[in-house]
Ligand binder design. Sequence first.
Ligand SMILES: NC(=O)c1ccc[n+]([C@@H]2O[C@H](COP(=O)([O-])OP(=O)(O)OC[C@H]3O[C@@H](n4cnc5c(N)ncnc54)[C@H](O)[C@@H]3O)[C@@H](O)[C@H]2O)c1
Ligand SMILES: [Zn+2]
Ligand SMILES: [Zn+2]
Length: 382
Amino acid sequence: MRTYRNSFYQTASNYVLNLSRLLKLEFIMSATVFPEIPDVQKAVIFQRHNGELEYKDIEVPLPKSNELLINVKYSGVCHSDLHAWKGDWQSETKLPLVGGHEGAGVVVAMGENVRGWKIGDYAGIKWLNSCCLSCEQCELSNEPSCPEADISGYTRDGSFQQYATADAVQAARIPAGTNLAEISPVLCAGITVYKALKTAHLNAGNWVVISGACGGLGSMAIQYAKAMGLRIVGIDGGFEKERLFKELGGEIFIDYTKCKDIVREVISVTHGGAHGVINVSVSEVAIQASTEYCRANGTIILVGIPSGSKCISDVFNHVVKSIKIVGSSIGNRADTREALDFYLRGLIRPSIEVMGLSQLPEIFDRMEKGLIAGRCVVDTSR
Ligand SMILES: NC(=O)c1ccc[n+]([C@@H]2O[C@H](COP(=O)([O-])OP(=O)(O)OC[C@H]3O[C@@H](n4cnc5c(N)ncnc54)[C@H](O)[C@@H]3O)[C@@H](O)[C@H]2O)c1
Ligand SMILES: [Zn+2]
Ligand SMILES: [Zn+2]
């Protein structure tokens, strides 16, 4: 045990001691068992883009004064983790990097300035690990657009390790007793599609097309859309995806690997085009098609980020149909609370496949080939 750890214990012990004195409950001290934190832990780390995903022992990180140290139990694997490993986006990542940003676990230590959390609380690690809270974007609650945003599994180490740090203000609050494996994909996929659907300003009964419907984000979007009373067309490829789409309550499935004319098909089944489109595929072609099958005055939301892609909209079509094309990046703290609430009230249930953290290379390989229906979640204990 390192000496610095004693200072966390000290802080926590003092807190409990003061509380117990205040409440005249001296027995609390003896009843409080602090978790033992090891010096090293298992993680998946890569030194360079496309390099080996090493499953090995690394040091347990230290929380800064504003941070929680979270014992990550489960972490969802998002396609953004694959982008980060490949390094195929314009913005640079930290290297070497521990990826992951859908981490769900238990608070085991915290910095001295943290308020409102206690050891043993369940907490979630999100893509937006921290932001400045004082710039114009933060002031307007557009926290994901903060120029100072620090990103889990991208600009700092994320949740593909057993212990990870998170800013206490941005960390997601998860009620005690929650199924941590199941809730983990809500921490990115759920928040993102929930916010995207809100941004589309749709009404119950409207047609929403989810392009990339049965991957991690899409499978959550189907369920949020259903809970919002929307009618759902899903576009994805293969029998397994179609089966999941129907199981989750989708109405019309279009298989992009078989359909000869996606634009015509969407316009036909929706009797005039989609009122809203949530683009969560990693395909420029699919995004392009959405500008054509969107209904007049409808809204196209861009969420998926295929590397180096453009969304080209025909100006005549764009103007005459008065369509809107809007980007949407994750969500703020209110979106987080609301998206989690849908899960906690049983309105959505992530479709997950649990694998070991050591199997991350296999998960990336299947994801690249589009072979994952729903979300893979890694168990950090194996
Ligand atoms: N904007 C944000 O805040 C945000 C947040 C999270 C993830 N993302 C991005 O969203 C994208 C999707 O992430 P994911 O984790 O859901 O990925 P995923 O791999 O789980 O799902 C993508 C799905 O798209 C399907 N697909 C591929 N080509 C298609 C096509 N031509 N038409 C229709 N479907 C097609 C695949 O079969 C797969 O089911 C990634 O680019 C990721 O980086 C963005
Ligand atoms: Zn993500
Ligand atoms: Zn800011």
